[in-house]
Write a protein that binds this ligand. Structure first.
Ligand code: F6R
Length: 594
């Protein structure tokens, strides 16, 4: 949700070029509009554009210092004037921002009374004017500037990350409270970078520092300094080495990140399991102490939470699963004996973080299952399990979801003393995926997508584990293909849903080779009797299916290939409809606002 990128001491003296490349790597965070500001000899020069950054070029003048932003609109429509960076009245300070300033209206009113002129409808613009107001008519040093920036930032309510470029001192100051910010240091070339996320930094440096909440960094061509924002004192930091290849954030020959990431599941699922056995063992003590286990997440991560609830039940453990954004309804039930397992790819989803914070206030213990290292969620958890899938760039989650699911599966199996069996099944799944997820399967899905391209409604049914799997299958179709897809527990059909079935209504039936197989076929038969068209996704064939895609039979884990069909179908339908599979309309990769 908005991407921030900045450079200082650009080694080619071409900051705008470095920034545009960085923004392209962050575009998954927001793609309504983008903008860059650089400092030339005399002044700040800014360019702003609406639309995706895609293949855009920049022709800003040469400079070794600049900031850039890719936007996901919150306050103010998608117009050039609302794109960041925003300036103060004297074009002295350029500001980029990720988050929402909840009290911006009252601050704006005060600034207007002091004659500040606003050019945009954003909350962000107030920040430039606040700093201007603080330093009005003053001959200031970098220290003075830093103090005024800290003071202004601390007045902002909400979760925010802000970057400010000051033309006079040629300094960039960034502050974080709630929204992510990474500081990268390329020691060899003395280049400093700021970024909302790791992928944009990999090309320049693997030496990074994840700013904590209430920290700031001051960057000038001669030095950098991290500060504790509350006490306003300098802080010593240790850089972390990021162990990722820069190619992990590239398409590597694939037309889109989405299809690359779908394919990567052939490797990531096993990698997640094997790299985490030790951590899973270590985490078990939290489960043993807990009286209540609750999984939370949003969107796809919530579907993982719901699947985890089923998997835990199968292994004899009671748990619950909530959408993090609905957690407040149940938070009175939380106490120090509660264990929350927060599931999040980004580790920055505001709803999930708020739910976790409210549970922490009740002394609950928190385990998080995350992909993005250094994230807020990682830091506020008592224990975290990283899934190690590498950057997930496509906005639609695929490989992160299946790896999160594998962690919950292994947790359930481990608690039930069946870890070895679990690992054996995961190895089998990985082996089967390597054979099955091939071009001939993709061709079959392409044919199916062509047949279904004109349909406006899909229904998906499943029972037991295949019910949450159906919810995830439907979400992939909605997000990537913009087609209404609705999932139901197959048993619910006769309780009302069946009224929706008309002649040739496409209905997907997700099934596994388990004790529910006959039940689901009966539900499919009821649909067929109303002339619906049945698309079977299962390891077994049935005469009731009008169209059949066989998935490998891996017991409980059959749900993973069943869901992969939804990922592939969403992708190919999206392409057929001319959508951008990596950046579906209206969505952002990490939803850092409430
Ligand atoms: C769906 C999708 C979203 C995310 C949700 C939570 O494909 O990507 O539904 O799953 O926004 O995001 P994280 O996992 O980052 O907390």
């Amino acid at each position: 949700m908005c991407g921030i990128f900045a450079v200082i001491n650009d080694k080619k003296n071409n900051a705008s070029q470095t920034i545009i490349e960085g923004l392209k790597k962050l575009e998954y965070r927001g793609y309504d509009s983008w903008g860059i500001a650089v400092k030339t000899k005399n002044k700040l020069v800014v360019e702003k554009h609406i639309g995706k950054i895609g293949n855009a070029q920049t022709f800003l003048p040469l400079s070794n210092i600049g900031i850039g932003h890719t936007r996901w609109a919150t306050h103010g429509g998608v117009f050039d004037k609302n794109a960041h960076p925003h300036l103060d009245c004297n074009n002295q300070f350029a500001v980029i921002h990720n988050g929402i300033v909840e009290n911006y209206l009252e601050i704006k009113e005060k600034l207007i009374k002091k004659n500040h002129k606003f050019l945009s409808e954003t909350d962000t613009e107030i920040i430039a004017h606040m700093i201007e107001e603080e330093l009005k008519n003053k001959d200031y040093s970098i220290d003075d500037l830093a103090k005024k920036v800290f003071k202004s930032f601390k007045k902002l309510a909400g979760s925010n990350a802000v970057g400010i470029l000051d033309a006079k001192t040629e300094t960039i100051i960034a502050c974080r409270n709630g929204s992510p910010l990474v500081f990268g240091f390329d020691e060899k070339n003395n280049q400093y970078f700021l970024s909302s996320d790791i992928p944009a930094l990999l090309k320049h440096t693997k030496n990074v520092y994840f700013l904590n909440d209430n920290e700031a960094v001051v960057l000038n061509k001669n030095f950098f300094q991290v500060y504790d924002l509350i006490k306003e004192i300098p802080k010593k930091i240790n850089f972390e080495k990021i162990n990722l290849k820069s190619s992990s954030a590239e398409k590597e020959g694939y037309p889109h990140f989405l299809i690359k990431e779908i394919d990567e599941q052939k490797k990531t699922i096993l990698k997640t399991a094997e790299k985490n056995i030790f951590l899973i063992e270590k985490s078990l003590k939290y489960f043993k102490k807990a009286k209540k286990i609750i999984f939370i997440g949003c969107g796809t991560a919530y579907h993982c939470a719901l699947l985890a609830k089923y998997l835990f039940a199968k292994n004899g453990f009671e748990s619950d699963a909530y959408q993090a954004n609905e957690f407040s309804a149940f938070s009175n039930l939380i106490n120090k004996k509660t264990l929350i397992i927060a599931i999040s790819q980004s580790g920055e989803t505001a709803d999930t973080i708020l739910a976790v914070k409210s549970a922490k206030n009740k002394d609950a213990k928190i385990i998080s299952i995350i992909n993005n290292r250094g994230s807020t969620l990682e830091r506020i958890s008592d224990f975290f399990v990283p899934i190690y899938t590498g950057p997930e760039i496509a906005v639609v989650s695929t490989k992160a979801f299946t790896s999160q699911l594998i962690i919950t599966y292994l947790l359930a199996k481990s608690l039930n003393f069946k870890q070895k069996e679990g690992l054996k099944n995961i190895k089998k799944l990985s082996k089967e995926l390597n054979k099955w997820l091939n071009q001939s399967l993709k061709n079959k899905i392409i044919d199916l997508a062509k047949k279904l391209l004109k349909e406006n409604h899909f229904y998906i049914i499943g029972k037991d584990l295949n019910y949450p799997a159906s919810l995830e299958f439907a979400l992939k179709i909605k997000e990537t293909a913009y087609t209404h897809a609705e999932a139901f527990a197959s048993g619910e059909l006769k309780h009302g849903v069946i009224a929706l079935i008309e002649k040739n209504t496409p209905c997907f039936v997700l099934a596994s080779n388990d004790e529910h197989k006959n039940d689901i076929i009966s539900s499919a038969t009821e649909i067929k009797a109303r002339n619906g068209k049945i698309f079977g996704i299962a390891p077994f064939e049935s005469k009731i299916f009008d169209f059949f895609i066989q998935t490998p039979d891996i017991k409980e884990l059959t749900i993973i290939p069943n869901i992969i069909i939804g990922q592939l179908l969403g992708y190919y339908l999206g392409i057929g409809k001319g959508a951008d599979p990596d950046k579906p309309r209206n969505l952002a990769k990490s939803v850092t606002v409430k």
